[in-house]
Ligand binder design. Structure first.
Ligand SMILES: *[C@@H]1O[C@H](CO)[C@@H](O)[C@H](O)[C@H]1NC(C)=O
Ligand SMILES: *[C@@H]1O[C@H](CO)[C@@H](O)[C@H](O)[C@H]1NC(C)=O
Ligand SMILES: [Mn+2]
Length: 601
């Protein structure tokens, strides 16, 4: 369950879509109008302006229509109030679709079908996106202190890279529009679009026309690079970096909308220290009604399987007592902003990564270990559509595992065994092809990067180094046929004997200290593992959080050697199987075989 959840979080960030609206302060509105006015004075551009306005007029028209219908419905509801219960004018055609749980009550049947079809294709509400203004206003979600900050005029220039694969056209346009409207023109070097081989027709002709209209107004502003075959997320980001020419490169997803004044805070941070790689704070855009939900700032963390997650900042950040201040982060979730030259010097991204996963942690480790650092900048906000379903593989864990092993091989030194433990792979010879890592190893040498031990001690001390784990995987009885230890019902505190299936509930972990975990091991020190306990009386074994077991003086330490008895250090009783039931009793000579061992024990 936890993995699924983390994975969703990860997903949210990694496959960022843009769906933001801009909060327009009077300052930027004035600036925007000035730009348009200058264009007017130049004469020939009136025509272009006319075209842009016409395009947007259509959208605004559709939007008004939706709003009017809302209004009418409200009026009808008010009129009938107290008489009869209001009844839906239209039948719901897709009562089970997630799209219509909170949205779309008053759409005609035809519209419902259109909306549902688009939703299935894209994973978010394209029907609505097509009807929202491209320049919609985003709610103000920044800390009030951010609004008081003043930034210098002479900041580095920025290239904004948008990665996409079959994104909806209106979503792409809104991302571009938000970037143009909300980035100071003298700082916005270019917008680089990386099309990872989309097949949707509207991303060809119609989109190109939109781009050329913008480029007539702002010559050379939008560049598009199209991959002739699908190369995946990492390669697309590398292409974006290569095509960029600004002082700073921001590599973003395309289903986003940037918030007002998003660029200035990160640009001033990078100006002060070009070795800082930064990440903005994301707000969630609901996939159904496209509303923006405020997310708080948090650091971008990961576990030993390299799934990413949000986590608290280090204690020093909270001592500052100022939530507008940048906070150090162990990693990034995939979106990042960096000094272009520095990013090149430290090796951009690992081009050997496949499809999805792990590349963000690789970047995080490399930046920290090779002389840079990573920060989350709370005053820079980006709204990101959280898709209801993802466009890549149905099971991302396959490439995730492979990419994680690659990261481990290059960067984790003696700790690389933890990746094997986290994925329950054999300690020797995991048998998975991780590709050629010799170039990445050379890079690490050339840059004279610090050891992973330094990283874990100084950057990410919350990570449990799992130093004394000596065996892991299923724990199989040596005398009963095909019987394994299993965590039993959850919630619950009684482990059971069960036919071996070698999945999560049967994973056990034996530490040299004598603790035996059943059903999983936590990557972070702030989380609790569940320890096997001899309750002292009776024969029923217990499974309790280790710190609780310790506090209550339970007997939770065991003597164990591979293939031998599992014997409690205090009570001297053994974990055994009696008539199909897992029991703790006087030892009768049953042994246990743990699936994978790290050292002979
Ligand atoms: C969006 O653009 C239209 C015309 O292009 C303009 O009339 C409208 O005021 C703009 N909306 C906002 C919120 O800036
Ligand atoms: C278990 O062993 C202890 C000590 O060796 C003995 O006193 C006790 O009766 C035994 N219990 C059972 C159920 O055999
Ligand atoms: Mn995304």
């Amino acid at each position: 369950m936890r993995v699924v959840w983390l994975y969703r979080l990860c997903y949210l960030i990694l496959l960022v879509s843009v769906a933001c609206v801009l909060l327009i302060t009077s300052k930027t509105r004035v600036k925007h109008e000035t730009e348009l006015k200058e264009a007017h004075l130049n004469g020939k551009d009136t025509d272009i302006l006319g075209r842009i306005n016409r395009m947007e007029a259509t959208i605004i028209e559709l939007y008004r229509e939706l709003k009017n219908r809302d209004q009418e419905k409200k009026e009808i509801a008010e009129e009938t109030e107290g008489k009869i219960q209001e009844k839906n004018v239209y039948k719901k055609l897709y009562p089970k679709s997630y799209l219509f749980q909170k949205w779309g009550d008053h759409l005609s049947e035809e519209e419902q079908t259109e909306a549902e079809t688009l939703y299935r294709k894209y994973g978010y509400n394209v029907f609505l996106s097509d009807r929202l203004p491209l320049n919609r206003t985003l709610p103000e979600t920044r800390n009030p202190r951010c609004l008081e900050k003043k930034y210098p005029n002479d900041l580095p220039t920025i290239s904004v890279v948008l990665i996409y694969l079959n994104e909806a056209l209106s979503v792409m346009k809104r991302a571009i529009r938000s970037i143009i409207d909300r980035t100071p023109a003298h700082l916005l070097k270019e917008i680089v679009l990386i099309d990872d081989h989309s097949t949707n027709e509207d991303l060809k002709g119609e989109f190109d026309e939109y781009i050329s209209v913008i480029n007539k107004l702002h010559p050379g502003l939008v560049k598009k690079v199209t991959h002739s075959e699908q190369l995946g997320l990492t390669q697309a980001r590398i292409s974006g970096w290569k095509a960029s020419t600004g002082d700073v490169v921001a590599v973003l997803d395309a289903h986003i909308e940037v918030h007002v004044e998003w660029a200035e805070p990160v640009l001033s941070r990078i100006k002060a220290d070009p070795t800082v790689v930064v990440t903005p704070v994301f707000d969630r855009v609901n996939f159904d009604n496209l509303e923006v939900i405020h997310y708080n700032e948090a650091s971008h963390a990961f576990d030993w399987a390299l799934w990413c997650m949000y986590e608290s900042f280090q204690p020093e950040w909270y001592k500052l007592n100022d939530k507008s201040m940048p906070g150090k982060s162990p990693s990034v979730m995939g979106i990042f902003i960096a000094d272009r030259k520095f990013f090149g010097e430290i090796g951009v991204l690992d081009g050997g990564m496949k499809i999805y996963g792990g590349e963000n942690v690789e970047l995080g480790l490399r930046v920290w270990m090779c002389g840079g650092s990573i920060e989350v900048v709370p005053c820079s906000k980006i709204a990101h559509i959280e898709r209801a379903h993802k466009p890549y593989l149905p099971d991302l864990s396959i490439t995730m595992k492979r990419n994680a092993l690659r990261v481990a091989e290059v960067w984790m030194d003696d700790y690389k065994k933890n990746i094997l433990i986290a994925w329950n792979l054999p300690y020797k010879d995991h048998g998975i092809d991780i590709g050629d890592v010799s170039d990445r190893k050379k890079l690490r040498e050339k840059l004279k990067c610090k050891p992973f031990k330094w990283y874990i001690e100084n950057v990410y001390p919350q990570l449990d180094p799992w130093d004394d784990v000596v065996g892991y995987g299923a724990l199989k009885n040596t005398v009963k046929d095909n019987v394994c230890v299993d965590q039993g019902p959850v919630p619950g505190t009684v482990p059971i004997a069960y036919g071996c299936h070698y999945y999560g509930p049967q994973y056990t972990y034996f530490r040299k200290s004598g603790q035996l975990y059943i059903g999983g091991i936590k990557s972070h020190k702030y989380n609790n593992n569940r320890c096997l306990v001899d309750p002292g009386s009776g024969t029923t074994p217990g499974l309790y959080e280790c710190n609780v077991a310790k506090e209550k003086g339970m007997s939770f330490l065991w003597n164990f050697k591979q293939g031998k008895a599992l014997k409690n250090k205090i009570t001297q009783r053994c974990l055994e199987v009696d008539q199909g039931t897992l029991v703790i009793q006087n030892c009768t000579g049953q042994g246990w075989e743990i699936q994978h061992t790290i050292t002979d024990f």
